[in-house]
Design a protein around this ligand. Sequence first.
Ligand code: ZN
Length: 319
Amino acid sequence: MRGRNGLGESHWNLTGQTGCHIISQRGGNQAGEPRVTKPERKSRIVSGPIRDVVKAALKRVIAPRFRPVARAAYRKIRYFGFSYKCPFCGSGLRRLFPFGSAMPVLTQQRVVGGGWRPNSVCPVCGSFDRERLLYLYLLHESDLFTKPVRLLHVAPEERLKRILSRSSNIHYVSADLLALDVMVRMDITRIPLPDASFDVILCNHVLEHIVDDQRALGELLRVLKPGGWSILQVPISLALQATYEDFLVTTPHGREEAFGQNDHVRIYARDYDARLSGAGFQVEVFRWAAKAEKFGGGRNLFSLIVEERIYVARKPGAI
Ligand SMILES: [Zn+2]
Protein backbone atom coordinates (compact mmCIF):
# COMPACT_ATOMS: atom_id res chain seq x y z
CA MET A 1 0.00 0.00 0.00
CA ARG A 2 1.25 3.44 -0.80
CA GLY A 3 1.85 6.06 1.80
CA ARG A 4 0.30 8.81 -0.21
CA ASN A 5 -2.84 9.30 -2.22
CA GLY A 6 -3.32 11.01 -5.52
CA LEU A 7 -3.69 14.34 -3.81
CA GLY A 8 -0.25 14.24 -2.30
CA GLU A 9 -1.33 14.09 1.34
CA SER A 10 0.93 12.02 3.52
CA HIS A 11 -0.12 8.92 5.43
CA TRP A 12 2.82 8.33 7.66
CA ASN A 13 2.76 5.36 9.94
CA LEU A 14 1.55 5.42 13.51
CA THR A 15 4.06 3.09 15.02
CA GLY A 16 6.79 2.78 12.50
CA GLN A 17 5.33 -0.58 11.48
CA THR A 18 2.25 -0.08 9.39
CA GLY A 19 0.77 2.62 7.24
CA CYS A 20 -2.65 4.18 7.51
CA HIS A 21 -4.72 5.78 4.81
CA ILE A 22 -7.22 8.08 6.35
CA ILE A 23 -7.36 10.53 3.50
CA SER A 24 -7.51 7.81 0.89
CA GLN A 25 -10.36 6.26 2.81
CA ARG A 26 -12.19 9.53 3.10
CA GLY A 27 -11.87 10.38 -0.53
CA GLY A 28 -9.73 11.93 -3.18
CA ASN A 29 -8.81 10.56 -6.55
CA GLN A 30 -6.02 10.69 -9.05
CA ALA A 31 -7.77 13.54 -10.82
CA GLY A 32 -7.21 15.73 -7.79
CA GLU A 33 -10.86 16.22 -6.89
CA PRO A 34 -11.33 15.36 -3.25
CA ARG A 35 -14.37 14.03 -1.52
CA VAL A 36 -14.98 15.73 1.77
CA THR A 37 -16.93 15.16 4.90
CA LYS A 38 -19.14 18.14 4.16
CA PRO A 39 -21.21 18.13 0.99
CA GLU A 40 -19.68 20.04 -1.89
CA ARG A 41 -21.95 22.36 -3.81
CA LYS A 42 -22.20 21.01 -7.34
CA SER A 43 -21.76 23.44 -10.18
CA ARG A 44 -21.22 21.22 -13.15
CA ILE A 45 -21.76 22.54 -16.64
CA VAL A 46 -23.45 19.30 -17.59
CA SER A 47 -24.56 16.64 -15.21
CA GLY A 48 -25.88 13.13 -14.93
CA PRO A 49 -26.15 10.90 -18.00
CA ILE A 50 -25.10 13.62 -20.48
CA ARG A 51 -21.89 14.18 -18.57
CA ASP A 52 -21.16 10.46 -18.54
CA VAL A 53 -21.70 10.22 -22.31
CA VAL A 54 -19.41 13.21 -22.94
CA LYS A 55 -16.77 11.76 -20.65
CA ALA A 56 -16.91 8.37 -22.35
CA ALA A 57 -16.62 10.02 -25.78
CA LEU A 58 -13.61 12.07 -24.69
CA LYS A 59 -11.95 8.98 -23.25
CA ARG A 60 -12.24 7.32 -26.63
CA VAL A 61 -10.54 10.17 -28.50
CA ILE A 62 -7.87 11.21 -25.94
CA ALA A 63 -4.98 8.82 -25.33
CA PRO A 64 -4.42 7.97 -21.65
CA ARG A 65 -1.10 9.79 -21.45
CA PHE A 66 -2.68 13.05 -22.63
CA ARG A 67 -5.69 12.86 -20.28
CA PRO A 68 -4.06 14.63 -17.28
CA VAL A 69 -3.06 17.53 -19.53
CA ALA A 70 -6.52 17.64 -21.13
CA ARG A 71 -8.17 17.54 -17.71
CA ALA A 72 -5.99 20.37 -16.41
CA ALA A 73 -6.72 22.47 -19.49
CA TYR A 74 -10.45 21.89 -19.09
CA ARG A 75 -10.39 22.79 -15.41
CA LYS A 76 -8.26 25.86 -16.04
CA ILE A 77 -11.13 27.18 -18.16
CA ARG A 78 -13.96 25.85 -16.03
CA TYR A 79 -12.63 27.33 -12.78
CA PHE A 80 -11.10 30.45 -14.29
CA GLY A 81 -11.48 33.58 -12.22
CA PHE A 82 -9.75 36.44 -10.46
CA SER A 83 -10.39 35.57 -6.81
CA TYR A 84 -7.39 33.24 -6.33
CA LYS A 85 -4.15 32.26 -7.95
CA CYS A 86 -2.17 29.03 -7.61
CA PRO A 87 1.58 29.63 -7.25
CA PHE A 88 2.35 26.15 -8.59
CA CYS A 89 0.40 26.07 -11.86
CA GLY A 90 -0.23 29.82 -12.19
CA SER A 91 -3.97 29.34 -12.70
CA GLY A 92 -6.33 32.23 -11.98
CA LEU A 93 -9.30 30.73 -10.15
CA ARG A 94 -12.79 31.72 -9.06
CA ARG A 95 -12.79 29.05 -6.37
CA LEU A 96 -10.87 26.01 -5.16
CA PHE A 97 -12.02 22.60 -4.00
CA PRO A 98 -12.91 22.14 -0.34
CA PHE A 99 -10.94 19.69 1.74
CA GLY A 100 -10.49 18.48 5.30
CA SER A 101 -12.28 16.75 8.10
CA ALA A 102 -15.33 18.24 9.79
CA MET A 103 -14.78 16.32 13.03
CA PRO A 104 -16.11 18.45 15.92
CA VAL A 105 -12.88 18.21 17.94
CA LEU A 106 -10.99 20.07 15.22
CA THR A 107 -13.42 22.97 15.38
CA GLN A 108 -13.68 22.94 19.17
CA GLN A 109 -9.91 22.98 19.62
CA ARG A 110 -9.37 25.41 16.71
CA VAL A 111 -6.92 23.08 14.99
CA VAL A 112 -5.06 24.97 12.27
CA GLY A 113 -4.28 22.85 9.22
CA GLY A 114 -6.58 20.01 10.17
CA GLY A 115 -10.20 20.98 9.76
CA TRP A 116 -12.49 21.54 6.83
CA ARG A 117 -11.51 24.39 4.51
CA PRO A 118 -13.82 25.62 1.73
CA ASN A 119 -11.03 26.70 -0.67
CA SER A 120 -8.17 24.28 -0.12
CA VAL A 121 -7.21 22.32 -3.24
CA CYS A 122 -6.30 23.83 -6.61
CA PRO A 123 -8.72 22.30 -9.14
CA VAL A 124 -6.06 22.41 -11.86
CA CYS A 125 -2.89 20.98 -10.29
CA GLY A 126 -4.18 19.63 -6.96
CA SER A 127 -1.96 21.77 -4.71
CA PHE A 128 -3.06 22.08 -1.09
CA ASP A 129 -3.22 25.29 0.93
CA ARG A 130 -0.50 23.98 3.26
CA GLU A 131 1.71 23.08 0.33
CA ARG A 132 1.25 26.51 -1.26
CA LEU A 133 2.33 28.25 1.96
CA LEU A 134 5.38 26.02 2.22
CA TYR A 135 6.38 26.74 -1.37
CA LEU A 136 5.94 30.49 -0.96
CA TYR A 137 7.99 30.38 2.24
CA LEU A 138 10.83 28.49 0.55
CA LEU A 139 10.70 30.86 -2.39
CA HIS A 140 10.58 34.17 -0.53
CA GLU A 141 11.93 33.58 2.96
CA SER A 142 14.67 30.97 2.59
CA ASP A 143 17.94 30.64 0.65
CA LEU A 144 17.02 27.14 -0.53
CA PHE A 145 17.25 27.96 -4.23
CA THR A 146 20.41 30.07 -4.05
CA LYS A 147 23.23 27.68 -3.09
CA PRO A 148 24.12 23.99 -3.24
CA VAL A 149 22.21 22.02 -0.59
CA ARG A 150 21.49 18.42 0.33
CA LEU A 151 17.78 18.12 1.06
CA LEU A 152 15.76 15.31 2.61
CA HIS A 153 12.06 15.45 1.76
CA VAL A 154 10.03 13.13 3.99
CA ALA A 155 6.53 12.15 2.84
CA PRO A 156 7.02 14.51 -0.10
CA GLU A 157 4.29 16.84 -1.25
CA GLU A 158 3.85 16.01 -4.93
CA ARG A 159 4.13 19.43 -6.57
CA LEU A 160 6.93 20.55 -4.29
CA LYS A 161 8.79 17.33 -4.98
CA ARG A 162 8.63 18.03 -8.71
CA ILE A 163 10.13 21.50 -8.28
CA LEU A 164 12.80 20.59 -5.72
CA SER A 165 13.97 17.44 -7.49
CA ARG A 166 14.50 19.43 -10.70
CA SER A 167 16.38 22.32 -9.07
CA SER A 168 20.02 22.13 -10.16
CA ASN A 169 21.42 23.41 -6.85
CA ILE A 170 19.53 20.83 -4.75
CA HIS A 171 20.81 17.33 -4.11
CA TYR A 172 17.36 15.92 -3.54
CA VAL A 173 16.50 12.81 -1.52
CA SER A 174 12.86 11.78 -1.10
CA ALA A 175 11.79 9.36 1.63
CA ASP A 176 8.65 7.65 2.84
CA LEU A 177 7.68 4.59 4.78
CA LEU A 178 5.37 3.07 2.20
CA ALA A 179 5.37 5.05 -1.04
CA LEU A 180 7.11 3.27 -3.90
CA ASP A 181 8.12 6.36 -5.84
CA VAL A 182 10.67 7.64 -3.31
CA MET A 183 14.42 7.22 -3.14
CA VAL A 184 14.61 5.91 0.45
CA ARG A 185 12.00 3.69 2.12
CA MET A 186 12.40 4.35 5.81
CA ASP A 187 10.87 4.62 9.24
CA ILE A 188 11.42 8.11 10.55
CA THR A 189 12.13 6.78 14.04
CA ARG A 190 15.06 4.76 12.60
CA ILE A 191 16.51 6.76 9.72
CA PRO A 192 19.03 4.58 7.85
CA LEU A 193 21.31 7.48 6.95
CA PRO A 194 24.56 8.85 8.45
CA ASP A 195 24.76 11.70 10.95
CA ALA A 196 24.92 15.25 9.55
CA SER A 197 23.84 14.23 6.03
CA PHE A 198 21.54 17.13 5.14
CA ASP A 199 21.46 20.92 5.04
CA VAL A 200 17.66 20.98 4.86
CA ILE A 201 14.87 18.60 5.86
CA LEU A 202 11.20 18.99 4.98
CA CYS A 203 8.97 16.72 7.06
CA ASN A 204 5.42 17.96 7.17
CA HIS A 205 2.28 16.45 8.68
CA VAL A 206 4.11 13.32 9.75
CA LEU A 207 4.80 13.72 13.48
CA GLU A 208 1.13 13.73 14.49
CA HIS A 209 0.98 10.11 13.24
CA ILE A 210 3.91 8.84 15.26
CA VAL A 211 3.64 7.59 18.82
CA ASP A 212 7.29 8.22 19.66
CA ASP A 213 7.59 11.64 18.11
CA GLN A 214 10.53 12.51 20.38
CA ARG A 215 12.52 9.66 18.90
CA ALA A 216 11.60 10.84 15.38
CA LEU A 217 12.72 14.38 16.26
CA GLY A 218 15.99 12.98 17.61
CA GLU A 219 16.58 11.17 14.33
CA LEU A 220 15.82 14.26 12.25
CA LEU A 221 18.23 16.27 14.39
CA ARG A 222 20.91 13.61 14.02
CA VAL A 223 20.86 13.54 10.20
CA LEU A 224 20.78 17.34 9.96
CA LYS A 225 24.14 19.12 9.63
CA PRO A 226 25.02 21.61 12.39
CA GLY A 227 23.50 24.91 11.27
CA GLY A 228 21.10 23.06 8.96
CA TRP A 229 17.37 23.69 9.16
CA SER A 230 14.15 21.80 8.85
CA ILE A 231 10.47 22.60 8.43
CA LEU A 232 8.29 20.40 10.62
CA GLN A 233 4.65 21.33 10.07
CA VAL A 234 1.85 19.67 12.06
CA PRO A 235 -1.80 20.53 12.72
CA ILE A 236 -1.87 22.76 15.82
CA SER A 237 -4.63 23.67 18.23
CA LEU A 238 -4.87 27.33 19.06
CA ALA A 239 -7.27 26.56 21.90
CA LEU A 240 -5.01 24.17 23.82
CA GLN A 241 -1.98 25.30 25.76
CA ALA A 242 -0.52 21.79 26.04
CA THR A 243 -0.35 19.03 23.45
CA TYR A 244 -3.08 16.47 23.98
CA GLU A 245 -2.22 12.78 23.66
CA ASP A 246 -3.76 9.68 25.15
CA PHE A 247 -2.15 6.40 24.17
CA LEU A 248 -5.06 4.46 25.62
CA VAL A 249 -7.02 5.63 22.60
CA THR A 250 -5.98 3.08 19.99
CA THR A 251 -8.95 2.40 17.72
CA PRO A 252 -9.39 4.32 14.46
CA HIS A 253 -12.82 5.51 15.60
CA GLY A 254 -11.49 6.58 18.99
CA ARG A 255 -8.62 8.45 17.42
CA GLU A 256 -10.92 10.20 14.99
CA GLU A 257 -13.14 11.35 17.86
CA ALA A 258 -10.22 12.35 20.09
CA PHE A 259 -7.69 13.74 17.60
CA GLY A 260 -9.80 14.51 14.53
CA GLN A 261 -8.34 11.87 12.22
CA ASN A 262 -8.27 8.10 12.59
CA ASP A 263 -4.51 7.75 12.26
CA HIS A 264 -3.49 10.70 14.41
CA VAL A 265 -2.15 10.01 17.90
CA ARG A 266 -2.25 13.53 19.36
CA ILE A 267 -3.27 17.12 18.86
CA TYR A 268 -0.31 19.46 19.09
CA ALA A 269 -0.91 22.75 20.81
CA ARG A 270 0.73 26.06 21.65
CA ASP A 271 3.60 24.19 23.29
CA TYR A 272 4.73 22.73 19.96
CA ASP A 273 7.75 25.01 19.62
CA ALA A 274 8.76 24.09 23.18
CA ARG A 275 8.58 20.40 22.23
CA LEU A 276 10.89 21.07 19.28
CA SER A 277 13.27 23.06 21.51
CA GLY A 278 13.20 20.24 24.05
CA ALA A 279 14.39 17.86 21.33
CA GLY A 280 17.42 20.10 20.72
CA PHE A 281 16.28 22.42 17.91
CA GLN A 282 16.44 26.19 17.77
CA VAL A 283 12.96 27.19 16.68
CA GLU A 284 11.73 30.13 14.61
CA VAL A 285 8.03 30.61 14.04
CA PHE A 286 7.11 32.42 10.83
CA ARG A 287 3.70 34.08 10.45
CA TRP A 288 2.97 34.75 6.79
CA ALA A 289 0.28 37.31 7.55
CA ALA A 290 3.03 39.61 8.87
CA LYS A 291 4.60 39.61 5.39
CA ALA A 292 1.38 39.43 3.51
CA GLU A 293 2.62 41.22 0.40
CA LYS A 294 4.58 38.21 -0.95
CA PHE A 295 1.97 35.80 0.35
CA GLY A 296 -1.07 37.12 -1.43
CA GLY A 297 -1.91 40.21 0.63
CA GLY A 298 -5.02 40.89 2.67
CA ARG A 299 -7.22 39.32 -0.01
CA ASN A 300 -5.38 36.00 0.47
CA LEU A 301 -4.76 35.56 -3.24
CA PHE A 302 -3.12 32.14 -2.85
CA SER A 303 -5.87 30.88 -0.54
CA LEU A 304 -3.61 30.03 2.40
CA ILE A 305 -4.76 29.11 5.90
CA VAL A 306 -4.75 32.50 7.60
CA GLU A 307 -3.57 31.30 11.00
CA GLU A 308 -1.02 28.77 9.75
CA ARG A 309 2.56 29.33 10.86
CA ILE A 310 5.77 27.85 9.54
CA TYR A 311 7.90 26.08 12.14
CA VAL A 312 11.57 26.27 11.24
CA ALA A 313 13.69 24.02 13.45
CA ARG A 314 17.45 24.56 13.20
CA LYS A 315 20.26 22.37 14.47
CA PRO A 316 22.58 24.46 16.65
CA GLY A 317 26.09 24.99 15.36
CA ALA A 318 27.88 26.49 12.39
CA ILE A 319 27.24 25.34 8.82
ZN1 ZN B 1 -2.54 24.81 -9.17
